[in-house]
Ligand binder design. Structure first.
Ligand code: ZN
Length: 287
């Protein structure tokens, strides 16, 4: 069933697991992600970035909403990395049930002001809001906006920010990069920092990036306070690596229904692993 980000994440917060937010901009991949979530009986957040919205168009969002209504697991449709108030209005009009307002590259006061403005309006219309404090690293030309270096989330700032804005969830910078990591960088999550932030703000926390962080760190983070983990790079790499293999150099290979199923299966293996790792398997039963 279609639901809000808050409805999904509050249960995850109460039961100490994380819901995967898979970034989607392709119909075959979207169907595969819903199928694996239903097979695993796991709640799902479909993340769609503004660039992806432009790529798929409004009509596909309508189809995503319809599929979510018919799903056996709870699904939220989430506008990933919204940059402006106007984008949130667009998300509402398109049928999203959750929005992110990312003011993390702005000064603290400006981030707080725009996040509060978006939250006040979104709440009036029944949508949930995720904001971001601190900056997640970015070193990949395909990755979303971010800083070249991570600026870790300050726990005192997090308390002030959450109280003043009323956001439903908060993306924190605790040691992840968007996209692939720089070769010299050894990723490491600051789990003590996560524990401190969580003990003070209580709301669901969100992890962006993390493709190259070790599995045991990620699963521990999901256990101690992260309730939503964005997954983009990992499923897209699995899908397209398989597509290269299927296409080979044979020009006769051309039908989408002959090419895509194997790619979807390869992607589903990665998605299933993430769902298990986050502790989300079987958690559809809690809703
Ligand atoms: Zn992100």
């Amino acid at each position: 069933m279609l639901t809000t980000g808050k409805a999904i994440l509050d249960v995850a917060n109460e039961h100490s697991f994380a819901v995967p937010a898979f970034n989607i901009s392709d119909w075959a991949m979207f169907r595969g992600i819903v199928d694996i979530s239903e097979e695993k009986n796991a709640p799902l957040i479909v993340g769609i970035h503004p660039d992806e919205v432009r790529h798929i168009g409004r009509e596909m969002i309508t189809g995503i909403v319809e599929r979510a209504h018919n799903a056996s697991v709870p699904i939220a449709i989430h506008w990933d990395h919204g940059a402006t108030y106007e984008q949130m209005l667009q998300a509402i009009q398109y049928g999203f049930t959750s929005v992110m307002i990312d003011g993390s590259l702005k000064p603290f006061d400006e981030n707080l002001a725009i996040s509060k403005k978006v939250t006040d309006s979104a709440h009036a219309l029944g949508l949930s809001v995720e904001a971001e404090l601190g900056t997640i690293g970015a070193n990949d030309s395909y990755a979303e906006a971010g800083a070249a270096e991570i600026i870790y989330t300050d726990p005192d700032d997090a308390v002030t920010f959450v109280e003043a804005t009323g956001v439903d969830s908060l993306a924190v910078a605790i040691g992840t990069f968007h996209g692939f990591y720089p070769a010299h960088l050894l990723p490491e999550l600051k789990l003590d920092l996560l524990k401190e932030i969580k003990s003070r703000v209580r709301i669901p926390l969100v992890l962006h990036g993390g493709s190259n962080n070790p599995d045991d760190e990620i699963s521990e983070a999901a256990r101690i306070g992260i309730n939503k983990i964005n997954i983009s790079t990992d499923i897209k790499v699995a899908y397209h690596n398989k597509m290269r293999e299927v296409l080979g150099n044979d020009p006769k290979v051309r039908e989408p229904n002959a090419i895509q199923p194997a790619c979807v299966e390869a992607m589903k293996v990665v998605a299933a692993h993430k769902i298990d790792l986050f502790g989300a398997t079987g958690k559809g039963a809690l809703y």
